[in-house]
Design a protein around this ligand. Structure first.
Ligand code: PAP
Length: 299
């Protein structure tokens, strides 16, 4: 039974991979934000969009004031390539900005060979799980009218690595190793460090994206303004993110409309303390130690 399931999973993965390769032709100037859900996707979408487009917009016409970051930077996997028909993305202005949750080993070949830039952000697994659980419960109850998930069952699946994008540790390690091997192509960021030192990491991000801040911009406070615009407090309080809704899953019969507010919950480091029991904490510590120890990577 297990062998049969593995064979089927491999077949599905092979079909997906062929599909992505056939339809997505990456360009060297593309920027891909890759994350595991709840690791800082919304924040990084806003930051990347603002850094790259900073000379096009000001406070009077900035798209982030009226659109969700998820509209400014679409998901390749769960938006564009789920839509019927797939929108024409060949002629999007350069650099094209996309996001996805795809694990490194499943990326389309064209992303690897084009030389495009990948920005990856990881977050402490305890906070990722906590955020994911709250998000799933909200979406289940408000959209699908289903009861909330059982915390124990969801935690058990997370610990076993059952997730649409593969086990947490494999996802993180895949991009961690790629960033060590190709530092000019893969930038590996960390939610907690970004929270601690905005300025350092936003500058790092701009340098990596080949849009470094000039001395004049530094003096004029352009970096600070981007940090403020993309901050949790600012984005959460914008009308579009308080009351707006976004179509997720591409324009097709399976897509769902999600309230933008679900992407802005607490925005804190360490909120898992309010959800996980001591036993859950210990188990996750033990699993992460076991899975990450050889890599010299830790949270
Ligand atoms: P996604 O991958 O499904 O798009 P993602 O944006 O990664 O979700 O995760 C949402 C988390 O990022 C939420 O965390 P929480 O549940 O622990 O609160 C959300 O609050 C947080 N978040 C959203 N925007 C920002 C931001 N600008 N700065 C910091 N954290 C943010």
């Amino acid at each position: 039974m297990a062998a049969q399931e593995t064979k089927e999973e491999e077949e599905v993965e092979r079909i997906f991979k062929r599909y992505r390769e056939q339809y997505f032709k990456s360009q060297p100037t593309d920027v891909l934000l890759i994350t595991l859900p709840k690791s800082g996707t919304t924040w990084l979408k806003a930051l990347i969009f603002s850094i790259v487009n900073r000379t096009r917009y000001d406070n009077s016409n900035h798209p982030l004031l009226t659109q969700s970051p998820h509209v400014c930077v679409p998901f390749l996997d769960v938006d564009l390539f789920c839509a019927t028909p797939v929108p024409a993305i060949e002629n999007m202005p350069s650099p094209r900005l996309f996001a996805c949750h795809i694990p490194y080993t499943s990326l389309p070949e064209s992303i690897i060979s084009s030389g495009c830039r990948i920005v990856y952000i990881c977050r402490n697994p305890k906070d990722v799980f906590t955020s994911l659980w709250h998000f799933s419960c909200k979406v289940r109850t408000s959209i699908n009218d289903l009861p909330p998930l059982s915390l124990d069952d969801t935690f058990d699946l997370f610990c076993k690595g059952v997730s649409p994008f593969g086990p947490f540790w494999d996802h993180v390690l895949g991009y961690w190793k790629a960033s060590l091997q190709w530092p000019n192509r893969v930038l590996f960021l960390n939610y907690e460090e970004m929270k601690k030192e905005h300025l350092v990491h936003v500058n790092r991000l701009a340098d990596f994206l080949d849009h470094p801040f000039s001395l004049e911009e530094d003096k004029e406070g352009v970096v600070q303004e981007i940090i403020r615009l993309c901050s949790f407090e600012n984005l959460r309080n914008l009308e579009v993110n308080k009351t707006g809704r976004t179509l997720i899953g591409g324009a097709n019969q399976n897509s769902v409309v999600i309230e933008n507010s679900v992407f802005f919950r607490e925005g804190k480091v360490g909120d898992s303390e309010n959800l996980l029991t001591a036993q859950m904490n210990d188990l996750l510590d033990q699993i992460m130690k076991e899975k990450l120890d050889d890599s010299h990577f830790s949270f």
